[in-house]
Design a protein around this ligand. Structure first.
Ligand code: HEM
Length: 343
């Protein structure tokens, strides 16, 4: 209490404390979805903490990265646990992030005045996926090396700017040490800075606007719960369970390191049986067929992903009050799919 009074005298925290005191959360049959954003936030913070610990030993170079991760897994006290928690929480976070997005979508919580909350969330989703993509290369093992090759090829098929994107991401024509240095920079500096900004905006908007009520719930009838301490304590219970799950997953299935990539592996032109020029992977078992398959996959992915991606980034915000509505209002790109809106 003395500390609080000391801080109050210097910082004038009264408005913040009043806001915390006033904040309430509606209680109804869909309140469970309100925990998903907080869970995503908790997993993100876990990522940041374990990521900082990994930084103490990780070396971002093509001839040191793999060995440094090997050192973390085998020599550093609890290094295996920190790395495994980092990797498992990254995967769980993508899961909770998608559930959070779908729950917000299906409860139509993106309605005015929450457009900016949705847009900042969509940016956060993109950033989270980019975190995963850039982090995947860092152990510099065989799988991550090839996955990055295919992943950057996907970026390469984006109409118009594909070639630029591919070279920008790879730092050249192929995945090399330059790509690793670049991805390291994205992963530990650029992405965290941008994410902190958008996360700040997202959470601030949620605080400012309060939690939305699903359509069909009557505001005057709905009971509420205080955010501090009631909702926050329930949130904390969930976080504790998540921490237990992370520890169990890491102990039972420690994150693997995989095999080192062959350093001399390069994508270079060669002749096929007819004597015409083709691209194939020399010094590896990857055949021309695999190369074509990966290109087809890239195109397939882009054709499949562009519509929902664009749709989810810009949902239809023109939801009329219940009485005026005739048909369910879904974002145009999703309306034709099997989604149903519960109203
Ligand atoms: C790192 C990623 C994210 C974090 C940490 C995060 C965090 C949060 C938190 C703590 C809340 C308040 C509690 C809740 O409703 O669950 C919230 C609400 C919200 N989020 Fe997110 N979020 C993220 C991503 C997203 C995404 C991808 C979208 C959608 C594209 C989104 C859209 C929204 C909306 C519209 C609300 C307001 C919900 C309401 O008022 O009922 N968020 N978010």
């Amino acid at each position: 209490m003395k500390t609080l009074a000391w801080l109050e005298e210097r910082l004038g925290l009264e408005p913040v404390l009043k806001l915390v005191e006033k904040k309430t959360v509606p209680i109804h049959r869909h309140s469970i979805w309100y925990y998903l954003g907080g869970m995503t936030l908790f997993l993100f913070v876990t990522q940041v903490v374990t990521g900082i610990l990994l930084l103490l030993y990780y070396r971002p170079s093509s001839d040191g990265a793999y060995e440094s991760v090997q050192f973390i897994m085998g020599q550093v006290s609890f290094g295996w646990l920190v790395r495994s928690i980092h990797s498992w929480s990254a995967n769980l976070m993508i899961g909770t992030l998608f559930i959070h997005m779908f729950s917000v979508f299906l409860t139509k919580a993106y309605r005015p005045p929450r457009e900016l909350t949705w847009i900042s969330g969509a940016v956060l989703l993109f950033l989270a996926l980019t975190f995963g993509f850039s982090g995947y290369l860092l152990p510099w093992n065989k799988v991550s090396f090839f996955a990055t090759r295919v992943g950057t090829q996907i970026a390469g098929v984006v109409p118009g700017i594909g070639t630029f994107l591919l070279r920008f991401l790879r730092g050249g024509d192929d995945v090399t040490g330059a790509t690793l240095t670049r991805f390291y920079g994205f992963h530990v500096a650029i992405l965290p800075a941008i994410t902190a900004l958008f996360l700040g905006v997202h959470v601030w908007l949620v605080q400012k606007q309060g939690m939305s009520l699903p359509l069909g719930e009557d505001e005057s009838q709905v009971k509420t719960m205080k955010f501090v301490p009631n909702f926050l304590l329930r949130d904390a219970m969930g976080w504790l369970l998540a921490l237990g799950l992370l520890a169990a997953l890491s102990a039972l299935f420690p994150w693997e390191l995989g095999r080192r990539p062959i350093p001399s592996l390069r994508l270079r032109p060669a002749s096929n049986r007819n004597g015409t020029s083709c691209f194939c992977f020399r010094r590896s078992n990857t055949s021309l067929l695999e190369w074509r398959l990966s290109m087809a996959t890239c195109w397939e992915f882009w054709s499949w992903a562009r519509e929902p991606l664009c749709g989810f980034s810009f949902p239809s915000w023109t939801v009329k009050p219940r009485a005026e509505r005739r048909a369910p209002c879904l974002p145009p790109s999703v309306g034709s799919s099997s989604f149903t809106s519960w109203e």
